[in-house]
Design a protein around this ligand. Structure first.
Ligand code: 6GU
Length: 255
């Protein structure tokens, strides 16, 4: 039997499960199935997501796949039928791990991390952050996973057109991008509002002190104190930049 003991927990007990609180606070559970649970330790030890985990806004459950492996050696992969190089992840350990998580969290949204999936973007991050239930991210390794695992998941996600050795980093990208959209994770919710403009355009250029650095001056308009003019300048710059660097964003009006 595989129980909670098999999962590594990198979060403190959720502080908002009992007692009084000033305002109802939303918490989101992420589950990950991986052969390398250690990979999830330091990336979430600091920063915004680390703090959100400490505060119980994000609850991260990392489930090691190895205990679900087959036989004495807890085998999780095998040679491909039909021949060819590399190993393929067998379906049974993944199925057992997925079932174990789903049993504890009925209705959990199951996502397979794979380069063949739908490409993750800000719209999917938003969808995920608005989901009522937990999200399970399944990180594959080796050359691939047995095709029949696809029947066990709700969605397949890639983080872009390049090859990673495993889905772990991809899963972390999804957790970071989704987690920071949850209420209370960002220090300043205003910056999220400003970003929604930035979803179909790149950001405008930012400047801080000093006024002159190595011969480069801060644009005068930013020193003018005229907030209407500043807003107009920023929007124009953002649009100009997007047209130059990422015209695809202007064409693809998804948001
Ligand atoms: Cl989700 N997995 C792997 N192995 N490589 C990737 C990816 C995922 N997304 C982009 N490249």
């Amino acid at each position: 039997m595989h129980h909670r003991a098999d999962a590594l927990w990198f979060h403190r007990a959720r502080p908002d499960t009992f007692g009084m609180r000033a305002a109802p606070r939303f918490a989101m559970d992420f589950h990950v199935i991986t052969l390398f649970p250690e990979m999830f330790e330091s990336p979430f030890g600091g920063g915004m997501i680390g703090r959100a985990i400490e505060q119980g806004i994000i609850v991260l459950h990392v489930h090691a796949l190895r205990p679900y492996g087959l036989g004495k050696y807890r085998q999780v992969d095998d040679a491909p039928y039909g021949g060819g190089s590399g190993m393929v992840m067998r379906p049974e350990p993944l199925a057992a791990a997925i079932d174990a998580v789903a049993e504890e969290h009925p209705g959990v949204w199951k996502v397979l991390m794979t380069p063949q999936g739908e490409v993750f973007d800000q719209a999917i991050a938003r969808e995920f952050s608005a989901r009522p239930g937990a999200i399970l991210l399944i990180a594959g390794r080796y050359e691939g996973i047995d095709e029949r695992v696809r029947a066990m998941v709700d969605q397949e996600i890639s983080i872009g057109d390049y090859v990673l050795s495993g889905g772990e980093l991809a899963a972390m990208v999804v957790i970071e991008a989704t987690g920071r959209l949850l209420a209370g994770v960002l220090g300043n919710p205003e910056s999220l509002k400003e970003e929604s403009f930035g979803e179909r355009t790149l950001e405008y250029p930012h400047y801080t002190r000093p006024e002159e650095f190595r011969g480069m001056r801060v644009p005068e308009v930013l020193l003018s104190g005229d907030h209407g003019k500043i807003r107009a300048w920023r929007e124009a710059e953002a649009r100009r930049r997007t047209a130059r660097r990422r015209p695809d964003l202007l064409e693809r009006r998804k948001f």
